[in-house]
Design a protein around this ligand. Sequence first.
Ligand SMILES: [Zn+2]
Length: 197
Amino acid sequence: MQAIKIGNVEIVALVDTIEAYPFSVVYPKAELLDWHREYLDDDNNVALNFGAYVVREGETTLLVDTGWGPEQHGRLLEELAAASIMPGAVTHVLFTHLHGDHTGWNIDRGTGLPLFANARYLVPQLDWEYFGEKERRLGSFARDVAPLEAAGVMDLIGGETTITAGLTAIATPGHTPGTPACSSLPRARGRACSATW
Ligand SMILES: [Zn+2]
């Protein structure tokens, strides 16, 4: 857990889990060069951080992504607790996209209800549509994302969405059609404070 402050906005970087994958899998088109070695273990694996961010401004506590979740031994809740943030204090959850390594802690496995009980879950509309009716009934999407709609806590967002006076979700498509980033400053000054894949 690491935190920085930019003006009135505090950004806390959180780790849910770290997993190592072969360099050739993570970067299939790259050549393994000597300067890469410092990032690799003895078997040429790259440690990948499956993380999340909290962005706090005034009364707003925005959680960006919810990690892999309990099935992958995620520690997001412990990381939040270390930052003195209880799940009930989260006011918004913003998804950079809807792959399963970004939605794992959405739902309390015991109750089947949203874990961040007081939050609005901001779901990129283009990703919601991208996954389609069939995919929504499968895997992590069915477990983590589809229940948000049934619980009435989901807001579909797109383009540029104002979260607070100082926080805006902006469209940064690429990894998926709907990928948003969170901007903490007026757009003309162009500071995005989250990006992921
Ligand atoms: Zn992804």
